[in-house]
Design a protein around this ligand. Structure first.
Ligand code: AMP
Length: 117
């Protein structure tokens, strides 16, 4: 399931390069091009869904979020801690409308600051 003119679908297809962190048959994780923290990795499902409200099947959603732990381990932040963010629609400033999980860490963060990515 791919959507035309979707940036992250193009990254999944290898048509736009990315700094890959992890890939399997269902998800791709790659470095955010504009990192907000020392570790800032994005995880996307290979299938296209606009956002968290786009009727994502439970198994797809579960797989996506279970990948977070893998990425935290690969990036060496599983023990130190990390923040997981899923921006959804305009008020949250979602800029790429293919659901993605931000995994942020590598340094202490402000607690609970909703504007911090
Ligand atoms: P959001 O604002 O939650 O939609 O996040 C979109 C994220 O995608 C931003 O943090 C961008 O820096 C990041 N981004 C945009 N284009 C690329 C790209 N080509 N490769 C990697 N990350 C990107």
């Amino acid at each position: 399931m791919r959507k035309e003119d979707c940036l992250f679908c193009k990254i999944v297809a290898g048509e736009i390069p990315s700094a890959k962190v992890y890939e399997d048959d269902r998800v791709l994780a790659f470095e955010d091009v504009n990192p907000q923290m020392p570790v800032h990795t994005l995880i996307v499902p290979k299938n296209h869904y606009d956002n968290i409200g786009d009727g994502i099947p439970d198994d797809e959603m579960g797989y996506l979020f279970n990948t977070v732990k893998k990425i935290a381990e690969l990036k060496g932040i599983a023990e130190s801690g990390y923040r997981v963010i899923v921006n959804t629609n305009d008020d949250a400033q979602q800029s790429v409308h293919h659901i993605h999980v931000h995994v942020l860490g590598g340094a202490p963060m402000n607690s609970g600051d909703p504007s911090a990515k």
